[in-house]
Ligand binder design. Structure first.
Ligand SMILES: [Zn+2]
Ligand SMILES: [Zn+2]
Length: 187
């Protein structure tokens, strides 16, 4: 049972008490921010909502990409992948917001292959092949992570009825968001 024990500060006014599920609903609706100060009996002082495990644990996980409509209302979107941020955002030193720690790293990390990775590959990218994904080509495996640019080695594999067949070619893959990446074929 969730009790009405939480207070929060909105526009300089103390509001509450409400339950954890009420707080969660306010966060999801965007009325409360991760930085909103909350307090309940037993806490020494007000603390930001995002620092309270009880609140973050009650939040739903991010909405799957496929469920997100094109139109973007008042929600904040991720600087890197453009996905909506429904729960708590990750902020970098310049105040940019991201949906996940991964997106933050991708955005601030290398956006291109390092010299060593370029040297061991050719300009040939997976390009059009992957757009045939529906009829069966995909990148599998993420090995040999480059310590400098973070690219990984994957095999391009043709699938027949979703069953992988022979590996075709090997590529270095540099991810820049959960669904976008650059590829260079290994020599
Ligand atoms: Zn993102
Ligand atoms: Zn590299």
């Amino acid at each position: 049972m969730s009790q009405n024990e939480w207070f929060y500060i909105i526009r300089g006014k103390k509001t509450g008490p409400v339950s954890v599920s009420d707080l969660t609903a306010l966060v999801v609706s965007g009325r409360l921010q991760p930085t909103t100060l909350v307090w309940k009996s037993g806490m020494a002082d007000w603390a930001s909502a995002s620092s309270i495990a009880e609140i973050t644990a009650a939040l739903p996980p991010p909405i799957p990409q496929s469920e997100i409509p094109q139109q973007r209302g008042q929600f904040t979107t991720c600087q890197n992948c453009g996905g909506w941020i429904v729960a708590f955002s990750h902020r970098d030193a310049d105040g940019r917001v991201f949906c996940s720690r991964k997106c933050l790293h991708w955005f601030n990390g290398p956006r291109t292959f390092c010299g060593k990775c370029i040297a061991e590959t050719t300009d040939e990218s997976v390009g059009n092949l992957l757009r045939l994904n529906g009829i069966g080509a995909k990148l599998m495996g993420q090995g040999d992570r480059c310590p400098e640019c973070g690219s990984v080695v994957s095999c391009l594999i043709v699938t027949v009825f979703y069953l992988p067949t022979v590996p075709l070619k090997r590529y270095r893959v540099l991810y820049t968001s959960p669904s976008s990446f650059h590829t260079r074929r290994l020599r």
